[in-house]
Design a protein around this ligand. Structure first.
Ligand code: NAP
Length: 494
C-alpha cells in the first residue's frame, strides 16, 4: 500500500505525529492509499515556509511565473488519461467526466499562465496638471486554499494557478476523500521548477487541519469551496481577524422547461444536469420546473430515459452513473428520499441504494408532485435525486426558481427569446444557461453564485485574479510643487 506524505518547503515529509488516514475507492471499497495526517505544528511549518518563499516569488516577474505554469499545463496534458483513470478510481465519477475534470485543470493552468502577461491595472486621468494616475496589482500574501472532493483536480487548479500567477504563496488542503490528484498536481509543479516553499500541501480532517489553516493569522486570505455550513463557519472565524475570505458553496439549481421547449433537448439536458457526476456537482440540476401543460408528457419521457442509465464502475466506458463518494453521503441521499416520501411527494423512479459492486451506489431517483416548499425542493441533497415541480407560466416558474436560499446555476429551455431574456434578468443566480443544462462552466468566465452560495467573489475568468490580488491606486505627481486634490482644483476654477 503506497503511503503519501505532506509537501512542505519543497520536500515530501512525514507529519509530526506520524498519524495516517485511508483513501478508499467508493465503487469497490478497496483501500487505495494511506496518507499522512497533518498536525497543527505541520500547518505552522507550512505557513512559515510559505512566508519565507513569499519575497522571492512575489518579485519574480509574472511572465516568469507564467513560464512555470505553461510547463505544468503541458505535463498535465501528457498525463491526462492516467490522471483521469486515477480520479475515477479515487472519486468514482465516470471516465468521460474525469477526463473533463483534468481538461478543466489544463485549461485553467494555460489561462492563468497567460495572465502572467496581463495582470492588468488601469490608467486614468487626474484632476490636476502634471499628475499621472494608475492602479497596480499586488499579491495578497500567504493564502490558504481548501477544496472539496467532487472536482479533485479542477477545483485545486482553479485556486492554485491564479494564486500562483498573482505572486502569492500557498498552504493548500485538499479534501480527505480525494487527495491523490492534488498530490499529482503538486508533484508536477515541483517537477517543472516551482521554487521550494511557494506551494505547501497539508492533508487531514477539515475539523483539525482545515481549522488550523483558518485560525492561522499568518494566512492573509482563505479561498474555500465546499458546503454552506463550513463556509459560514470559516467566514465567522477568519472575519474576527479581518482576513479575506472567498467562498464557493452549495446550490439547488433549477431547470425551467417551458411549453415551447424542444422536449428531447430538454430531457438530454436534465439527464446530464441531474445525474451526471451522480448528482454530486454544486451546479447539479436538482429541481426541474416544468410548464403544467407539458408536464405529463415530459415526466413520462424523462422516466423512460432515466431507466436506461447504467450504474457501475466509472472505469467501464458503458457506465453512465458511478457511485456516490462515501457512506455518509449515501445515507444522506437515502434520508432525503424518506423525507420526500413523508412530505407527500410521489417517488416515481428509483429511491434505493443498490450494489452493482460492493461500493456506495444509489439509483437515479425522481420525485413528482413536489411542491416548492418541501425540503427536497429546498435543501441541497448532493446526490442523484431530482424533483419535478409544476408551474403555470414563466413568472411562477421564476418565483419557484428563486424560492431557495441558494443562487449558483440555473437554466431555461425555451424557443421564445422573450422568455430567455426574462429568465436572464429575473433568476437569482450567478450563472444562467439557455437551452443547456445547469452544468458546463468554461474556465474563462466568472464562476460563483449569489445568496447563500457565496460571499460575492467569483472564481475563474479575470475574476480569478481579483480573488488573489490587492489593488493599489498610485498617484504620480511630476509637477514639482505641492498640489492638493479637490482644493487646488476649485482655486483654478475661480
Ligand atoms: P465540506 O464538508 O464543507 O468540505 C470542503 C472542504 O472543507 C474539505 O477539504 C473539508 O475537509 C474542509 N473542511 C471541513 N470542515 C472544515 C473546517 N471546520 N475548517 C476548515 N476546513 C474544513 O464540503 P464537501 O462535502 O467536501 O463538498 C460538498 C459541498 O461543496 C457541496 O455543498 C457543494 O455544493 C459544494 N461545492 C461548491 C462548489 C462551488 O464552486 N460553488 C463546487 C464544488 C462543491 P475534509 O475533506 O477533511 O472534510
Amino acid at each position: 500500500m503506497q503511503e503519501y506524505k505532506l509537501f512542505i518547503n519543497g520536500e515530501w515529509v512525514d507529519s509530526s505525529t506520524g498519524e495516517t488516514f485511508d483513501d478508499i475507492n467508493p465503487a469497490t471499497l478497496e483501500m487505495i492509499a494511506k496518507l499522512q495526517k497533518a498536525s497543527q505544528d505541520d500547518v505552522q511549518r507550512a505557513v512559515d515556509s510559505a512566508h519565507d518563499a513569499f519575497e522571492a516569488w512575489s518579485t519574480t516577474p509574472a511572465p516568469g511565473r507564467g513560464k512555470i505554469l505553461f510547463r505544468a499545463a503541458r505535463i498535465l496534458e501528457e498525463r491526462k488519461e492516467d490522471l483521469a483513470r486515477l480520479m475515477t478510481v479515487e472519486m468514482g465519477k465516470i471516465l468521460k467526466e474525469t477526463r473533463g475534470d483534468v481538461q478543466e485543470a489544463i485549461d485553467m493552468t494555460y489561462y492563468a499562465a497567460g495572465e502572467g502577461r496581463r495582470l492588468l491595472g488601469e490608467t486614468t486621468t487626474s484632476e490636476l496638471h502634471d499628475k499621472f494616475c494608475m492602479t497596480v496589482r499586488r499579491p495578497v500574501g500567504v493564502v490558504g486554499l481548501i477544496t472539496p472532493w467532487n472536482f479533485p483536480l479542477a477545483i485545486p487548479a482553479w485556486k492554485i494557478m491564479p494564486a500562483l500567477i498573482s505572486g502569492n504563496t500557498i498552504v493548500f488542503k485538499p479534501a480527505s476523500d480525494t487527495p491523490l490528484l492534488s498530490i499529482e498536481l503538486v508533484k508536477i509543479l515541483a517537477e517543472v521548477g516551482l521554487p521550494e516553499g511557494v506551494l505547501n500541501m497539508v492533508m487531514g480532517e477539515g475539523s483539525t487541519v482545515g481549522s488550523a489553516i483558518v485560525h492561522n493569522k499568518g494566512i492573509r486570505a482563505i479561498s474555500f469551496t465546499g458546503s454552506v455550513e463550513t463556509g459560514k463557519w470559516i467566514l465567522g472565524e477568519a472575519g474576527k481577524d479581518m482576513r479575506r475570505v472567498s467562498l464557493e458553496m452549495g446550490g439547488k439549481n433549477p431547470i425551467i422547461v417551458m411549453d415551447d421547449a424542444d422536449l428531447d433537448l430538454a430531457i438530454d439536458g436534465v439527464l446530464w444536469g441531474a445525474f451526471g457526476t451522480t448528482g454530486q456537482r454544486c451546479t447539479a440540476a436538482s429541481r426541474v420546473i416544468v410548464n403544467e401543460r407539458i408536464l405529463p408528457e415530459f415526466q413520462k419521457r424523462l422516466i423512460e430515459r432515466t431507466k436506461k442509465l447504467r450504474l457501475g464502475s466509472g472505469l467501464d466506458e458503458s457506465t453512465d452513473v458511478g457511485p456516490v463518494i462515501n457512506n455518509s453521503q449515501l445515507n444522506k441521499v437515502a434520508k432525503y428520499v424518506s423525507i420526500g416520501k413523508e412530505e407527500g411527494a410521489k417517488l416515481v423512479l428509483g429511491g434505493r441504494a443498490v450494489k452493482p459492486l460492493p461500493g456506495y451506489f444509489f439509483e437515479p431517483t425522481i420525485f413528482s408532485d413536489v411542491s416548492p416548499d418541501m425540503r427536497i425542493a429546498q435543501e441541497e441533497i448532493f446526490g442523484p435525486v431530482l424533483s419535478l415541480i409544476s408551474a403555470k407560466d414563466l413568472d411562477e416558474a421564476i418565483d419557484i426558481a428563486n424560492s431557495v436560499i441558494y443562487g449558483l446555476s440555473s437554466s431555461i429551455y425555451t424557443k421564445d427569446i422573450k422568455n430567455a431574456f426574462r429568465a436572464i434578468e429575473k433568476i437569482e443566480a450567478g450563472i444562467t444557461y439557455i437551452n443547456a443544462p445547469t452544468i458546463g462552466a468554461e474556465i474563462h468566465l466568472p464562476f460563483g453564485g449569489v445568496k447563500a452560495t457565496g460571499n460575492g467573489t467569483r472564481e475563474a475568468g479575470t475574476t480569478a485574479i481579483e480573488e488573489f490580488t490587492e489593488i493599489k491606486a498610485v498617484y504620480f505627481d511630476y509637477s514639482g510643487k505641492l498640489q492638493k486634490a479637490q482644493i487646488d482644483v476649485e482655486q483654478e476654477e475661480e
